[in-house]
Design a protein around this ligand. Sequence first.
Ligand code: NDP
Ligand code: GDR
Length: 363
Amino acid sequence: MSKKVALITGVTGQDGAYLSELLLKKGYEVHGIKRRSSLFNTDRIDHLYKDQHESNVNYFLHFGDLTDATNMIRIIQEVQPDEIYNLAAMSHVHVSFEMPEYTANVDAIGTLRILEAVRILKMEKKTRIYQASTSELYGKVQETPQSETTPFYPRSPYGVAKLYAFWITKNYREAYDLFACNGILFNHESPLRGETFVTRKITRGVARIKLGLQKNIFMGNIDSQRDWGHARDYVEGMWRILQQDEPDDFVLATGKTKTVRYFIERAFAEVDIEIEWKGKAEDEKGIDKKTGNVLVEIDPKYYRPTEVELLLGNPAKAKEKLGWEPTCTVDELISEMVKADMDLFKRDKYLLDGGHKIMNYNE
Ligand code: NDP
Ligand code: GDR
């Protein structure tokens, strides 16, 4: 049997990297779409990339952008994928308030461009499509735990754009018989998580504070609750969604929720620092119990105009139909992320101690 061919948009992101690894292990020929950037932007996948002149190359990168329809059509025509994983997005909820139109163009219309490309190329029977939908669709709490039947109420331009993407995916499935599926994924993290998402911001800050590279971290709403899993588990779920006999939509979640505050406490505990909280609201501070140093402060600039207070998913359908279950607890996730950031920033510490300059990451 010939190799299956997969095309991943957003291949340079956290999930793109884990999914590339998974599909290569499964024997796929994997194609990824990366954006042109003035700096190298393939750090997360460089270990998978082989010189294209070597033999047995099965990983290919193409320049592209979800805002460019002709580029999408051409790449899909050239690659002839059996499976498309549409992971590309302006994925930062807070940033989407600053760039609502761009977010809609990429996250909503970008999804339409891919569906249309498959239709224009008459590849409906050949190509299966995975759409990276999100728990941000639930937004303002209607019920918990949130499942495939919970009503949506998005609370950000990102959530609203992804709502369009969810429905257009479903509509193309029903209208044109496309094998197009939504994975409604709750937050999933890893050492590869982008540095400005809350988990990585915390683990990076904790490591740098422990190593004496930074004094404190500034946070937004530390009482919001998230259902956090590990990205490695979630990309396995994406793949399983596309292996079903019939296209369908699935929630992937752990079924447990924790506050940002809990994440901060546990991350500091990983480096033997115990945090106690003093003050209220914007004046609240996280203090090192032993030294009295202020390690966490609140900066309202990180508050969102409208917040998603509580996410808690019900992954029962995925368990029953896909045989999918998360394998990593939030505490294991925190431990892995803090260890990885300690290793990363020990290099900076080493350079600094040797009298060299390092970049200032104090954001
Ligand atoms: P990342 O932000 O890490 O990666 C996003 C990817 O999309 C990057 O490769 C980025 O490229 C690319 N991208 C952004 N804009 C464009 C564009 N205009 N054209 C082409 N590519 C673009 O996100 P994650 O890996 O965490 O998430 C993957 C997908 O899953 C996203 O769609 C996200 O919205 C969704 N999602 C994520 C969840 C999570 O908890 N991680 C949960 C639910 C859904 P570059 O590297 O150049 O910036
Ligand atoms: P989220 O992730 O918005 O859930 O979207 P993020 O990690 O950005 O925020 C989670 C919660 O933490 C609160 N928070 C802060 N967030 C950030 N980024 N920075 C801070 O300093 C901070 N302080 C508190 C937030 O207000 C929020 O409540 C992620 C993205 O990956 C989306 O693409 C994806 O769809 C959803 O998860 C599911």
